[in-house]
Design a protein around this ligand. Sequence first.
Ligand code: DP6
Length: 330
Amino acid sequence: MYKGHARAYTNIALIKYWGKADQELILPMNNSLSLTLDAFYTETSVTFSSEYTEDQFYLDQQLQDQKATAKVSRFLDLIRNKAQSQLFAKVDSQNFVPTAAGLASSASGLAALAGAASAALGLSLDERELSRLARRGSGSASRSVYGGFAEWQKGNSDETSYAVPIASDDFEADLSMVFVVVNDHQKDVSSRDGMQRTVETSAFYDGWLATVPQDLEKARAAIQGKDFQALGEVTEASALKMHGTTLAAVPPFTYWSAESMRVMNLVRQFRNEGLACYFTMDAGPNVKILVERKNEAALVAKLTEHFAADQLITAHAGPGIKIQTKEVEA
Ligand code: DP6
């Protein structure tokens, strides 16, 4: 029997994925563009065996409850179908995050699970197939197959919706992302529920969709031209627009807390003081700040005047998924 093992790094979208055209297949309404980071990753091992009588899912060494296991089982079913297997699995997953700050990501988790489980059943998927599979677990996971910059092309079917790497002549090596952890509690509205509510009810959603193609174009051009300011500006604009849509949802909601707004204002202030840096936010109150690596220390020094050291986590560009298969005793 084979054990599949994978390590996948999380990614942060610079141009956000926000909204699904198909809930079941996880086809997005718009393309998105991300940077894979080195600071947060998931390692997952999977074995399938005729000895097992049910799927078992361990996360950080803890056996998970039925609800969490059922989600993993549903995803494993996709892989079992592909491999024509009916074996149950043992899934052992570990999240590596620098602090217990609620930063574990579905992107790294589902990409690692896709990689490890497909390897354990002897499917040798290429990157595109792996991206499509990871997408079925969590949309953003489709981008974690690749290191550096990736764009998830929305497509219009299971076959045509996958991420691709973006050639960048190593521009990502010039960048840092500083996470400001303002809250370590469970988020109130999951990204899945939040984006669905927004698509279905927000009067601002059409405005979001209308400008994504231009924003993607700007981001791609900024990467090609190694233009940090242009990339930062469009990153911040994309996040603000995405978060704007939630205010017009019914019922309305926001992921911003008072602390998030304080960080956003500080970023604007730092820019006024001559330090080029730009923020982005996802489906929670933490703020991520994009800065050139040469200015990372200056940014962290400024942030340290306002936040405790353990609230600040610095990340750089990370690698793509790594998958290994080894034979183990049945
Ligand atoms: C705000 O990929 O977590 O982080 O596809 O429902 O699993 P599902 O959602 P998920 O959503 C990520 C949303 C986001 C923006 C982004 O990563 O592009």
